[in-house]
Design a protein around this ligand. Structure first.
Ligand code: 3NM
Ligand code: MG
Length: 496
């Protein structure tokens, strides 16, 4: 487990006291939380004797290792050394950083609590691997907290760290739960400082009736918290969205690209692709009206973008409908690498290689949500692409992280080209936000679907016809609001 690869997104801190844990078993709570998507675990136990603490830590380590997630021990460096887990977390009153480092060696993770910029800078300079910032809000879980600094306090520490040139990972702690996570993340961040990397919680998971559901919800909130960064990156870059798309959606897709802040070009002639690929944008290959000539163009353009390192989105429209389309999908998959593959259930099943027959290009669904999730995950693993499986509940997977998005409005299914223009939206996000293609895809999806919800309830929208222009307006409005720092719209997001 490499230190630089640690995901601090949903950081679980355990508590074994009856007030928080109740009569549940700590190891099984942690296991459920890991199933829900916790990305790092800290065993915090201030009262057990050493022997009991070592025993519990070993049991927890056995579980966290199965999930490939690091286990840290709070304060008790000797316990961490004996168990051989991935590191420790130390508070300001615990063992000094230098001493802990000597005992643990250079490869273990050492996190430090900081309540002020001064403490944060000191820990950073000493060599800490990450910082736990807090206390954000007063909490029943820890009554002896030194200072409640709120999101304003977090923001000023982040700004101070960034001015001093530090990009250390940070999480915040204290009174954070599913209801306030999005606003904590939004209020804590201030460009150009790096945003928080995650949120740390005790009671929101340990005291929850269903720790898996609580963890899933928090993971969704952490992902949602990163969506504004993606939309702002698009607004800042105005990336090219190069669409090789079908006859039906050219105009709609170009307008959607403009509304989300991209610069569209509808260019189906592959000889242009090598030049276009150099402009820093992304390519959409949409199989909607497949022809032999079209397929040749798609392959050539795919390879041009692969050579230039530009993202490529595949939209295998109607992939299962005919043998021509099934073969076209196979040919495309074997001709290059896709960043994102977006389709409905039948289309993604076809990509998977299942021989399903599909009537026309309409979407229908026969799998349960967990079957859809494992389908998306399998295709992501076999293709190396982020898979966006659309439906009433959408699934997005990169093969490791699998998220469900429950936004959108039925009008999206009653006008043509919405699936195709979602591909265009995602291409813009991928072009501007290269560091995490899964987050970029989720951002595109959430922006698109929340815009549809806002449009559908407008007084001037009476049906699918009036919906389309309102939808384009809302896409554009959300982009403008987000660029100004107003992310109230994200409260509608349903990601888990
Ligand atoms: N450390 P909850 S606050 C363990 O401020 C801990 O350093 C804190 O619990 C700090 O998520 C805290 O239940 C408890 O509010 C956080
Ligand atoms: Mg401590």
């Amino acid at each position: 487990m490499s230190k630089s690869k640690v995901d601090y997104g949903v950081y679980l801190v355990t508590d074994s006291t009856p007030a928080i844990l109740g009569n549940k078993d700590l190891t099984s709570v942690v296991e459920k939380a890991l199933q829900g998507g916790v990305t790092i675990v800290q065993y915090r136990d201030k009262t057990s004797d050493r022997e009991a603490a070592v025993k519990t830590a070993r049991a927890l380590h056995e579980v966290t290792r199965r999930f490939g997630v690091p286990l840290l021990v709070n304060d008790r460096v000797d316990v961490a050394v004996e168990v051989g887990c991935e590191g420790v977390h130390i508070g300001q009153d615990d063992m000094a950083y230098e001493e802990a480092r000597k005992l643990l060696g250079p490869d273990k993770i050492i996190g430090v609590t900081a309540s002020s910029l001064e403490e944060a800078l000191k820990a950073c300079e000493a060599g800490a691997d990450y910082l736990g910032l807090g206390t954000v809000y007063a909490t029943q879980t820890k009554k002896d907290t030194k200072s409640i600094i709120g999101t304003a306090g977090i923001r000023s520490i982040l700004l101070g760290l960034s001015s001093a040139g530090h990009s250390i990972p940070t999480v915040c702690i204290g009174g954070i739960n599913g209801s306030n996570a999005i606003s904590v993340l939004a209020e804590s961040s201030a460009a150009p400082a790096k945003s928080l990397d995650g949120i740390a919680v005790v009671s929101a998971i340990v005291a929850a009736q269903d720790p898996a559901a609580a963890a899933r919800d928090l993971l969704g909130k952490v992902v949602a918290g990163r969506v504004p960064d993606v939309i702002k990156a698009v607004a800042a870059a105005t990336p090219l969205s190069h669409n090789m798309t079908n006859l039906v959606v050219q105009n709609f897709a170009a307008n959607v690209a403009l509304a989300v802040g991209a610069s569209p070009i509808m260019a189906n002639y592959a000889e242009e692709a090598a030049d276009l690929a150099k402009l820093g944008g992304a390519l959409v290959i949409n199989m909607g009206t497949v022809t032999p000539e079209g397929l040749k163009n798609h392959i050539q353009a795919l390879q041009a973008y692969n050579a230039a390192g530009g993202p490529v989105v595949l939209d295998p429209v109607g992939a299962g409908a005919t043998s021509i389309r099934r073969n076209a999908v196979k040919t495309l998959l074997s001709s290059g690498k896709f960043t994102v593959i977006k389709g409905n259930e039948r289309e993604i099943q076809t990509v998977y290689g299942a021989s399903v027959t599909q009537r026309g290009v309409d979407s229908s669904s026969s799998l349960t949500i967990s079957q859809r999730a494992s389908l998306a995950k399998s295709v992501a693993r076999s293709t190396g692409a982020v898979v966006v499986l659309t439906g009433k509940t959408d699934v997005v997977s990169d093969g490791v992280r699998t998220l469900r998005v429950d936004n959108g409005h039925e009008f999206l299914g009653r006008v043509t080209g919405t699936g195709c223009t979602l591909g265009t939206t995602i291409s813009a996000m991928e072009a501007a936000f290269r560091s995490d293609p899964l987050i970029a895809a989720v951002a595109g999806m959430v922006l698109f679907e929340i815009a549809s919800e806002r449009a559908a309830v407008r007084d001037d929208v009476r049906g699918p016809g009036t919906f389309v222009p309102a939808f384009i307006d809302e896409l554009s409005a959300i982009r403008t609001e987000t660029a100004k720092g107003d992310v109230a719209w994200l409260a509608r997001s349903k990601i888990e």
